[in-house]
Design a binder for this molecule. Structure first.
Ligand code: KG4
Ligand code: ZN
Length: 374
């Protein structure tokens, strides 16, 4: 079973080829440089970049997987394809130039993120997948982006249920109860900022570039390797809220007020603030997740999303698993935590394996920006 996975829900244009749960290629074109100066992702810029990048990313993903072959005589593009890509003129131009000259690759289906995400960005990926599905006569499988973050951690491992998934990214913070395969209940979410967003905003206060998560991690590690300590201690919000919700805006404000009170903010202060902030976030995530694991008697804990790359957060969860007999922790490989096409192809692979793949007609697929796991 060989699958193509397409992801454009936010600021990565990503396509991968996965064969029997093995990643043959995984190409990600990041738009970080484009959005950097705005301090966050601008949806219309993301749409424009996806239009520009999808065809070259596809060509590279097929080439890396050994599936890129040219035909001698170009096929004719259909009117249906032109109609689908009418609102993506730049993408249509590239599509018509390249795709008719490419031999339809030996894949079984095309999986694409249809939500949740930024609507203009989602449309580009969905329309591209629809057009490819028609051009190559391949089935189309719509995938929930959040399920992709879970699937990339699971790959082909057997999971014992119930499971809890903690999904932490730039756009989402969710505790999800997974009673059985593909049966989800979101039991906790953020009331304001997502965890990754909090990392990004605090990084900005420290004059660090976007995305801020890796930068904060770097400063925290530097503090440790220099044998320094942090004089700061930030609040651990929502620990006694009695539910599984999170809130990070108070923590962010606490960092802001702390910085304002300091006359001379130097590199050492930056390291100390970054470290104390990371410690506060990690503590909240681990404590709230532990409560959820205990309440629902979870046998498996899965982490997903960009923030799951964080070394300190991974270390703390590994510690939790060591201290919790009967709990299996499944962590995604750090380089697969941020958005990519493999996670979408892997989610489709899991669904096909369990005969739960929804196949849709290319004419019928629309993105759902507010899609919720259920
Ligand atoms: O999953 P992702 O690529 O995009 C969304 O679906 O939102 O996550 C991106 C987020 C950014 O906020 C980034 O700062 C954060 O993940 N991130 C990290 C780390 N690497 C990426 N946060 C903390 N520590 C990291 N090492
Ligand atoms: Zn994501």
């Amino acid at each position: 079973m060989r699958l193509l996975g397409i992801e454009t829900s936010c600021d990565e244009t990503a396509i991968a080829v996965v064969e029997n749960f093995k990643i043959l290629s995984n190409v990600v074109s990041s738009q970080i440089k484009v959005h950097k100066k705005w301090g966050g992702v601008v949806p219309m810029l993301a749409k424009r970049e996806h239009q520009r990048n999808l065809v070259p990313v596809l060509v590279k993903a097929l080439s890396d997987a050994g599936l890129f072959k040219k035909v001698k005589e170009a096929t004719e593009a259909s009117e249906a394809i032109e109609a689908i890509l009418a609102r993506e003129p730049e993408l249509l131009k590239q599509f018509l130039k390249i795709i008719p000259k490419v031999r339809p690759p030996e894949i079984d289906a095309i999986a694409v993120t249809y939500g949740p995400g930024l609507e203009p960005a989602l449309w580009v990926g969905v329309n591209f997948a629809r057009a490819l599905s028609i051009a190559w006569s391949k089935p189309l499988i719509p995938i929930d982006h959040m399920e992709g973050h879970i699937a990339v951690a699971l790959q082909n491992q057997k999971v014992e249920f119930p499971a809890i998934a903690l999904l932490i990214s730039g756009a989402h913070t969710q505790l999800v109860l997974v009673k059985k395969m593909f049966k989800y209940e979101v039991i906790g979410t953020t009331r304001d900022d997502a965890v990754g967003e909090a990392f990004d905003k605090v990084a900005r206060m420290l004059g660090l570039p976007y995305p801020g998560g890796p930068e904060i991690q770097k400063l925290s590690a530097e503090l440790k390797s220099r044998g320094e300590w942090s004089r700061f201690h930030f609040p651990r919000p929502m620990l006694s809220s009695g539910d599984f919700d999170f809130s990070f805006s108070g923590l962010k404000t606490a960092v802001l007020y702390t910085l304002r009170k300091i006359a001379k903010v130097d590199d050492r202060i930056h390291r100390e603030v970054a470290y104390a902030f990371q410690q506060a976030v990690a503590a909240v995530l681990v404590i709230k997740t532990t409560h959820a694991v205990q309440k629902h008697k979870a046998k498996t804990l899965v982490l997903g999303g960009g923030v799951a790359a964080n070394e300190e957060i991974r270390r703390r969860f590994q510690q939790l698993a060591e201290d919790s007999p009967g709990l299996t922790l499944i962590l995604p490989a750090p380089d697969l935590t941020t958005d990519n096409g493999a996670m979408i192809a892997l989610a489709a692979a899991l669904r096909l394996q369990h005969r739960k793949a929804k196949k849709v007609k290319p004419t019928n697929l629309k993105p759902l920006a507010n899609l919720k796991l259920s």
